[in-house]
Design a protein around this ligand. Structure first.
Ligand SMILES: Cc1ncc(COP(=O)(O)O)c(C=O)c1O
Length: 470
């Protein structure tokens, strides 16, 4: 078996990984590997392949083997060979959609599309390694010995105190450490609340949202009921007999608007009148670029709202730390669902995060990232204005993603065109609740935070090439 990274970047735009495996000898294996690279979009239409000699040297195979493989693929229509311009990927070779259709479930890909504009991930190259390491070191140095025993399922008091102060200041959350339970993120909070028997369905959810969260709920036996959305956010006036409602009030995910003030008040009225509960997913509340962040709905009535946050957008989804700010009457039940000792959220990471918040490093990092993401969003808007003025980025200037509104009926082909350009992203349809009868129209959900700084410009250029014409 030969495996090689082909370093012919000037020809194919990036390193090309080819694995020569399977039956039939090296020629057959190379043909399969090249076909797969074209099919998956790793070799884009028009891309020039390396000359026989350099590919043969990279793979450690004979030059004739490469020549034969190219000839076979030319005959099959995957490649074209023209005097003077070498061997290229045929323009009509059909690529598969990138294998990233379920962005929350798929682990990060080592290889794949050249431009990752899927929503959901902060700029991984901006993780504050030095400051986090300093917090970790201080936390470890100062930790009493009992830290290294079984952890309190509520979470370390140092972190709950730090969050009490931070959430009040930054998000308008009214709480005390005794009402905060640490978890490993939003999805874990859902599992504890519903899988742990604290709450039962049916649960109203926004008609567009993260499919992964709906799957978590379904797995816990919870029926989700879609609430339509309009320009003011979720139609909370449609709430009926559901016991609870899950909302993204600061920045509706994925369509991008905040929940209107009248709706925020109305959902609290509903909860008071019906004994219902509001679950507030505050996934990116810190990242608002146009004016002061909208405060948390929890501040309106701490006894009717479970406020849930995590560091997945602000720091990294790899840290796996989140928090639930609970009405007092749910605290014991959530702690019972967690069990006798902490089994999910590393106590050492909790102490690091506490130090990170108290030392001001968290604020500094959020401020820095706010500036960076605002810049990213501005560049996206400017690129559209220049290259595709008929297409608008909608939603408030906030968060780590924007929705590009497309002409009716063009979403599926735009997603496909993006795949042709080597871009991984999703259309709005990927987030639609299967039972809703509302349609949010055609749009692309562009995660502008994900690429590293140097990769963002090329990703935007490729995106503009993929957009439908006026
Ligand atoms: C809508 C939404 N809610 C919550 C989260 C956070 O999920 P978790 O804390 O489980 O990583 C995300 C992803 O980061 C998200 O997109």
């Amino acid at each position: 078996m030969a495996t090689s990274w082909v370093n012919s970047a000037e020809r194919i735009g990036s390193d090309l990984h080819l694995e020569l495996t399977g039956p039939g000898g090296r020629r057959a294996a190379l043909i399969r590997a090249l076909r797969e690279a074209v099919r998956s979009g790793r070799l884009a239409p028009g891309a020039r392949l390396p000359p026989y000699r350099s590919l043969a040297a990279d793979l450690g195979v004979a030059r004739n083997t490469v020549a034969d493989a190219y000839a076979e693929l030319v005959a099959e229509g995957w490649l074209t060979a023209r005097q003077g311009s070498g061997t290229r990927v045929a323009e009509r070779a059909e690529p598969l959609r990138p294998a990233a259709r379920e962005p929350r479930k798929a682990p990060p890909r080592a290889r794949g599309p050249r431009h990752d504009l899927t929503q959901g991930t902060p700029d991984a190259s901006s993780f504050p390694r030095t400051a986090w390491l300093a917090s970790y070191r201080r936390a470890l140095q100062q930790a009493p010995n009992e830290v290294f025993g079984p952890g309190d399922p509520a979470g370390r008091i140092e972190l709950r105190e730090a969050l009490t102060e931070y959430l009040a200041r930054a998000r308008g959350v009214r709480t005390e450490p005794g009402r905060i339970v640490i978890c490993s993120g939003f999805a874990h909070a859902l599992r504890l609340l519903f899988g742990g028997g604290v709450l039962r369905g049916p649960l109203a959810v926004e008609a567009y949202g993260l499919g992964f969260h709906r799957e978590v709920l379904t797995a816990a036996g919870v029926r989700t009921v879609p609430l339509p959305l309009d320009e003011h956010g979720a139609r909370v006036d449609r709430l009926g007999r559901e016991r609870a409602v899950l909302l993204t009030p600061a920045h509706q995910f994925p369509t991008g608007g905040p929940l209107h003030a009248a709706r925020r008040a109305a959902v609290i009225d509903w909860a008071r009148a019906r004994g219902g509960l509001v679950l507030e997913d505050d996934y990116d509340g810190e990242f608002r670029y146009d004016r002061k962040p909208v405060g948390a709905v929890q501040g309106l009535d701490p006894e009717r709202v479970v406020h849930i946050g995590s560091v997945s957008k602000s720091l990294s989804p790899a840290v796996r730390l989140g928090w639930m700010v609970l009405p007092e009457r749910y605290v014991d039940a959530v702690l019972a669902a967690k069990g006798d000792r902490e089994a999910w959220a590393s106590v050492l990471d909790q102490l690091s995060l506490a130090d990170f918040v108290v030392s001001g490093a968290y604020d500094r990092h959020v401020r820095r990232m706010r500036q960076r993401y605002r810049g990213r969003r501005d560049r996206l808007v400017a690129a559209l204005a220049e290259h595709a003025p008929h297409i608008e980025a909608t939603g408030v200037a906030a968060g780590l993603h924007a929705v590009l509104r497309l002409p009716p009926g063009t979403e599926a082909s735009a997603v496909k065109a993006a795949a042709w350009q080597g871009i991984a992203l999703d259309g709005l349809a990927a987030f639609r609740h299967p039972d809703t009868d509302m349609a949010a129209g055609d749009g692309l959900v562009v995660g502008y935070a994900t690429p590293s700084e140097h990769a963002y410009g090329p990703a935007l250029e490729a995106l503009c090439r993929a957009l439908p014409p006026p």
